[in-house]
Design a protein around this ligand. Structure first.
Ligand SMILES: *Cc1c(COP(=O)(O)O)cnc(C)c1O
Length: 391
């Protein structure tokens, strides 16, 4: 284990917390019952465990347990929210609004809806990654049925103004969906205060297991109608059929419970680590921060370095640190990310980008090691001048 690179890619996924694993184990073995079985204890104990997670998730976003629909993750939750609303509100309108920097699990369902006749407005963002609320207001139409704006961005960590978006949507009686895959457990979320009607969640970005997520679906003021995308036994109030994956659901609940409990102290710790890393890296010539300096996830640092080949930097970093990287101009096929492009990054300039996702199990010593290696790698790449001006 110790020879493996330091993991700083916590926006891709996080390691499972051992406390979460321990909570899950009994539900793989002796407590294996089907939560839908009503005639014996095997079913009852699974149902009780599922119920507990519903309560934890609901209270973490100020919803009620009946408003939680389990899915296989945020991708499925986004699909259910967007396609489910599109189908159920078809007679009201066929216009949907989303944002250029959304995750593909939002953009692709919207793209699909466009292909079958819906109209989709994709809002741009400013240089720091924020949407313009006036622009959003202008885009709202009588036939708009859904606005989808993410809570926290998976690349640059930017936190969108959910309460302001919710207010605009609520005034016009348009449904508001938010993809909170990166936000759950990390920042306060409140579906009442922010007028959120649908919210996508996932466990594996918050030290829970992969393959489990949920969709919050508002049941009053207004009661959201949703067309099921999976038909079967009518589980989850008919919105998502399929036997519930009890061990994963138990893990999801435990993961969110821990994250909420530790949120404040953990955010302080992560902010310190991020600032420590940025302080060291900012000594590099031609390096700059992507996104907003403060209004971002505590563990997120996204940087660009001018005059560097992204693939070469990535290769240099790999033995020591596991991060996600990209490039605007590369001899290899690391493409510039559409999120950074949406911030208005010049396409022609040679630069390398790196996303650091610092998490629960990272230490200050690791940050120092990574910073040192990063600086050395940039120095040696520059002295080899691997990137030519022609790039
Ligand atoms: C990871 C992620 C998803 C996809 O979630 P899965 O649970 O892996 O399907 C969706 N949206 C955002 C913002 C994400 O970061």
């Amino acid at each position: 284990m110790s020879n493996r690179p330091i993991y700083l890619d916590c926006h891709a996924t996080t390691p499972l917390d051992e406390r979460v694993l321990n909570a899950m184990i009994p539900y793989f073995t002796e407590k294996f019952g089907n939560a839908a079985s009503v005639s014996h204890i095997y079913g009852w104990e699974s149902e009780a465990a599922v119920r507990k997670t519903r309560e934890i998730l609901a209270s973490s976003i100020n919803a009620t347990p009946e408003e939680i629909v389990f899915t296989s993750g945020a991708t499925e939750a986004n699909n259910l929210a967007i396609k489910g609303v599109a189908e159920a509100y078809f007679s009201k309108g066929q216009h949907i609004i989303t944002v250029a920097t959304e995750h593909k699990a939002v953009l692709d369902p919207c793209e699909y809806l466009k292909s079958i006749g819906f109209e989709v407005t994709i809002l741009p963002v400013n240089q720091q990654g924020f949407i313009d609320l006036e622009q959003l207001e202008k885009a709202l139409r009588p036939d708009t049925i859904l606005v989808s704006v993410m809570a926290a961005n998976n690349e640059i960590g930017v936190l969108q103004p959910l309460a302001e978006v919710g207010k605009l949507c609520h005034e016009k009686e348009i449904l508001f969906h938010t993809d909170a895959a990166q936000a759950i457990g990390k920042i306060p979320l409140n579906v009442e205060e922010s007028n959120i009607d649908l919210m996508s969640l996932t466990a594996h970005k918050v030290y829970g297991p992969k393959g489990i997520g949920a969709l919050y679906v508002r049941r009053r003021n207004p009661k959201v109608k949703l067309a099921a995308q999976l038909h079967g036994g009518g589980h989850e109030k008919g919105m998502r059929s399929g036997t519930l994956y009890t061990p994963q659901i138990v893990g999801f609940g435990k993961a969110v419970e821990i994250a909420i409990l530790e949120q404040e102290t953990e955010n302080q710790r992560l902010t310190q680590l991020r600032e420590r890393l940025w302080q060291k890296l900012s000594t590099i010539e031609g390096i700059y921060l992507n996104g907003h300096p403060q209004k971002r996830l505590a563990g997120n640092l996204n940087i660009s370095v001018e005059g560097l080949d992204g693939a070469a930097l990535s290769l240099g970093l790999q033995p020591i640190v596991a991060v996600s990287s990209g490039s605007a101009c590369s001899s290899h096929n690391i493409a510039p990310s559409y999120v950074l492009k949406a911030l208005g990054h010049p396409d022609k300039l040679a630069y390398a980008t790196v996303r650091f996702g610092i998490g629960r199990f990272n230490t200050a010593e690791e940050i120092d090691q990574v910073a040192e290696h990063f600086i050395n790698t940039v120095t040696s790449l520059r002295s080899c001048s691997l990137v030519t001006r022609a790039c």
